[in-house]
Design a protein around this ligand. Sequence first.
Ligand SMILES: Cc1ncc(COP(=O)(O)O)c(C=O)c1O
Length: 352
Amino acid sequence: MIIKNIVNKKIWEQSGYLAPEYESGIKMDANENPFVLEEPLKKKLFSEMRKVSLNRYPEAGALKLRERFAKYFGVKKDMIMLGNGSDELIQLLCMTLKGKIGGVMVPVPTFSMYKIIAINTGNRILEIPLDENFDLDVKAMTGKMKSNYPALIFLSYPNSPTGNLFSRSRIEALIKKTPGIVVIDEAYAAFSNASLMPLLKKYDNLVFLKTLSKAGMAAIRLGFLIGNKNLIAELDKVRLPYNINWLSQVAASFYLDNQREFSAQIAKIIKNREELYLQMKKIDGITLYPSRANFIFFSCAFDSYRIYDKLASAGVIVKNLDSRLTRNCIRVTVGNRRENAVFLSALKSAIS
Ligand SMILES: Cc1ncc(COP(=O)(O)O)c(C=O)c1O
């Protein structure tokens, strides 16, 4: 059988999301939290996990957890939905809203999974470059809307990989103009001290995405969609029944029970980001962009593939984001103090 003949053309044509696995080295490519749990806390978590009956399905819909997180985010429980990472929720949105008015609009550059998921679920993708300050080009976006009604517009706030917050007035202009839904992805909000969640009271075509992945729990895959309860009721028809496994449900409860620990880690990451930024600023040959997230985006005066390879051979893995709009750009995740020091010294020698 010739697989090419039966696979969807749009899927065949793409290379898919590349998440390389490295056996060793310092991982500064995926915007994870660099801190591990202290042993006593780990023990506490694992003793909770021991109680799970592995022969049983998890609670369908994870209702108790959903209720706890509704309280945590300050919304009613029918306004929140849990996903196997926010990636799954992006997929649910793209599947459920496909077809009626069609099309997924994204600024570029942004989180690459919006486009990949949109295409894989059979949606048309409308990509609009950000302006020279990495802010939204509202004129170009609304201009495109006239002939291509997007069902969904994905906005990452702060944006990945650029690290900035789009201006609120431009976001609101899009919410008002679009015939569809605006999705504000606050995966990195904890590092920015900013959230647009209060806008939920003002608009009903707005939903939010949140995740535990950047807060120290990437392994458990838990994301949240928050917003219009009528939309959530429709998404819930598409959601697979047991999408949040028991072990993740236990770990997510543990996260809520140990907020102080996780908040302290976030504060440390913000402090490390500021220190790392100041140190990187002293290096000639790179241009830094201010960051409100847990990573720093920079462009190199040289070939970023060469810099990437040199960093990798020094044991530091970053994300090379060279593209037409982001020439020779690299994104580095803020690490712990030791990791940042190793990265800085490797970057200096890669550039000299
Ligand atoms: C903007 C943005 N949204 C969502 C995600 C994915 O989140 P999750 O791990 O919950 O699927 C990422 C991951 O890097 C991201 O950068």
